[in-house]
Write a protein that binds this ligand. Sequence first.
Ligand code: UDP
Ligand code: MG
Length: 309
Amino acid sequence: MKMLSIVVPCYNEKETVSLFYEATSQVVEKMGMKYEIIFVNDGSKDSTLEECLKLYEAHKDIVKVIDFSRNFGKEGGLLAGLEYAKGDYITVMDADLQDPPSFLPVMFKTMEDKGVDIVGTRRISRKGEPPIRSFFARQFYKLINKFSDVEIVDGARDYRLMTRQVVDEILRLKEYHRFSKGIFSWVGFKTEYLEYENVERVAGETSWSFWKLLVYAIEGIIAFTVAPLRIATFFGLFISFFAFASMIFVMVRAALFGDPVSGWPSMVTIMLFLGGIQLIALGIIGEYLSKTYMEVKRRPNYIVRKIYE
Ligand code: UDP
Ligand code: MG
């Protein structure tokens, strides 16, 4: 019998893990598959671990719990879960039921009917989300798709069904700064997307502040494209060209009309402008340098305190 692994990263999800278990196991039982649910407790500050362990005690054959030594972020949790998963098919889901379990049978059917390796999901609406967040999210997808060579679908969730082969390839990417949305798409394979309306969390609160999302977006761009490094070069070329043209202009004008001393305000603005551009360029280089620095250290993405299996 084929087996399904469900990877669930959890950070402060004490209210949702048991709801998640109920809803998901109900659906999967009906599918008549062998399955495991891997809760990764990502250093929660509430009683998420205790809640997970209750489920583990009650359903030892199904529930596995990986407990981290501290909070490593969702990407670390996902990686640990994927590395641990033993199934022939693997899916990753949020604990808050924003990823409807009722999709699982549909995903399997799509996989079989269309003969694809990955069935992803994407939200076609962002209702229930602050409008300003939606706006920036849209701009992010536009930007990253324009400049990187991986296609990241707007509104694509991490929620997806993958074959063993796809996950094995994903695990070959050993980078420290993991941007899963990019990695999932970078490995390629035949992918179908199912679309659905946004669902709000059943309980608890989102742990993503606007600031965290912004940092996440910058990480995503830096991880999947070096285009920003080129911005500095283009800016430099552009400005040098104009500087050269205006130099000729100034020389000709001085030759024809003489050169009364003036123009110090324009001088200051030009200097400030150039100074600003140089700082931006340095900042961009710094972003890449810091990422390279962290990669070179080869630190693990997560540290496990204990695995309950
Ligand atoms: N999560 C995690 N570690 C973190 C932050 C979040 O494992 O540091 C988990 C969280 O428990 C949830 C999933 O990642 O299962 C998505 O988080 P959330 O629902 O807060 O994000 P949103 O759905 O608002 O994007
Ligand atoms: Mg959520």
